[in-house]
Design a binder for this molecule. Sequence first.
Ligand code: PGA
Length: 251
Amino acid sequence: MRRLLIAGNWKMNLNLAKSVTLAEGLKEAAKNVTDIDIAVCPPAVYVQPVGIAIAGSNIGLGAQDVYFEKEGAFTGEISTAMLLDIGCKYVILGHSERRHILHESSELINQKVVAALNAGLTPILCVGELLSEREAGVTDAVIRRQFDGSLSNVSAEQMKKVVIAYEPVWAIGTGKVATPEQAEEVHDGIRSLITERYGKEVADVVRIQYGGSVKAENAKDILLKPNVDGALVGGASLKIDAFMGIINGVK
Ligand code: PGA
């Protein structure tokens, strides 16, 4: 049985005081949640203070990106060891905003995924099609290309630890959410792809989150679908009630 993972992607929002207040509030509000995994991914500079605020809770700490090199002259970058050092468990990789705004290639994302896995971090690997790609009927091909490109040199054993987040780009921050049927169709396709590449035993344990305008009002129907194993939440993860509404809705 796969445990749901509901993760908040705070993106480039909040400030130090608001990050810590949100983290402390979530710690209290989520203290009785035992059957769902919860994580928060603050902006890089707030990962440590948020980690301190949620210490001893059932909330996992994550980052929004990491660099693949171990250390050295890489101005502006952060290593896997640094994330582990401040208590991170998860790292979001290949988010569409990094693919499309910061022009990250699947090849670069792949290097980050491998580095994260080798270091013992759990990558939350995002894949998803643009609206034009969905309308052109190439969603499946886009997902396959991102999947294969981002996951080469990942062993079957390592793959079991990867979390995939299916995030249709047209649903991110737009208020347009995929229908539960649209989400399930792609998630089912991703699970078949995992079976093709790594076998059924691996496919059965890999968690596939949905992301894109998830909120309390729409989360439950999506999360009840058999191949949806959680949510990656942007906007609605910035308020305690909105984030807890998603969690409490499926508890
Ligand atoms: P959203 O973002 O919930 O604000 O649409 C989701 C994401 O980008 O992870």
